[in-house]
Design a protein around this ligand. Structure first.
Ligand SMILES: Nc1ncnc2c1ncn2[C@@H]1O[C@H](COP(=O)(O)OP(=O)(O)OP(=O)(O)O)[C@@H](O)[C@H]1O
Length: 277
């Protein structure tokens, strides 16, 4: 929902996400195994790991769209999937969800209207409604600017590049000024300048708006831009720490090297068990 009116105060002390013994199955396979971690508020947490390790499944669990979830998974102080969370979480999947036959602005206006049906359409303003409709227009304009698509506001989404369409999806997620933004590989297909600009936006959202961001990536250099990292492999959390602490703990210079060191350590720890079989 759009935050046109003042929202009731929310508890800001509990972590944005708290998981304990979180296990998720897809089909007949268990893909997340007894995860335990927290995501602090107002920071950027990177969810990193190789393709297929379970990043999207974890994100789907957090936003409440994943079946077969057991254990504890609390989001903004409520169990994941609780109806009150719908207006407080922005979720961008890997597949952009935009209408090709609408322009960028029309897409945003459409989703803004769905998110806040109480607001009359700009063309049907009645007395007293104008300020609210005007505010919605401003929110849409701001979201388009946030993702650097102002010059494309009147272009059909179907005529945009893949990266631009991804940014329209991100703008839709920003519309409600959510407390938690869950972004599944948001920088895939973007050139270095746009990637940098998007990371600047993420930091701005965390710093000036207090938004919590959970951002997945399998590009390890993006890890350096996060406040905290959850490193995943084969459905398990290898590490839950800051980039600095990870490098120091593993005696490495990059997060990528730290990740490889942790993978080797985990493999070494499992070896005696395997030879005992
Ligand atoms: N619909 C499904 N049914 C059964 N298994 C699935 C389904 N979707 C994904 N999986 C399996 O769940 C595991 C985790 O997949 P997931 O998409 O969460 O990984 P990921 O880390 O997000 O991968 P990527 O980086 O490639 O997007 C994989 O082994 C995958 O094969």
């Amino acid at each position: 929902m759009m935050n046109y009116a003042a929202d009731p105060p929310h508890d800001t002390l509990t972590p944005a996400v708290h998981a304990d013994d979180l296990t998720v199955s897809r089909g007949t396979r268990t893909v997340l195994h007894h995860l335990r971690f927290t995501v602090p508020r107002g920071q950027i947490t990177g969810l990193l790991g190789p393709s297929g390790c379970g990043k999207s499944t974890l994100m789907r669990s957090i936003v409440g769209t994943q079946a077969k979830v057991t254990g504890t998974l609390d989001v903004l102080g409520q169990p994941a999937g609780h109806p009150t969370l719908r207006s407080r979480i922005g979720y961008v999947t890997q597949a952009p969800s935009v209408y090709d036959d609408l322009t960028v602005r029309q897409n945003l206006e459409y989703f803004a209207a769905i998110l806040d049906p109480g607001l009359p359409h700009a063309r049907k303003r009645s007395r007293g409604a104008a300020p609210a409709a005007e505010r919605r227009h401003q929110h849409v304009t701001q979201a388009i600017a946030d993702v650097d698509l102002t010059s494309h506001a009147d272009v059909l989404a179907g005529n945009l590049s893949g990266g631009q369409r991804n940014r329209v999806s991100l703008a839709v997620a920003l519309l409600g000024a959510p407390d938690l933004l869950v972004l599944d590989e948001p920088t895939v297909g973007l050139d270095p300048v746009l990637r940098r600009d998007l990371w600047n936006l993420f930091h701005d959202l965390a710093t000036t708006r207090g938004t919590t961001l959970l951002v997945s990536s399998h590009v390890m250099d993006e890890a350096e831009r996060c406040h905290r990292l959850l490193l995943m492999r084969e459905g398990e959390i290898l590490a839950d720490d800051t980039p600095d602490a990870l490098r120091t703990r593993t005696g490495t210079e990059t997060v990528e090297a730290a990740f490889l060191r942790l993978v080797d350590e985990a493999a070494a720890a499992n070896r005696p068990k395997e030879s005992n079989r």
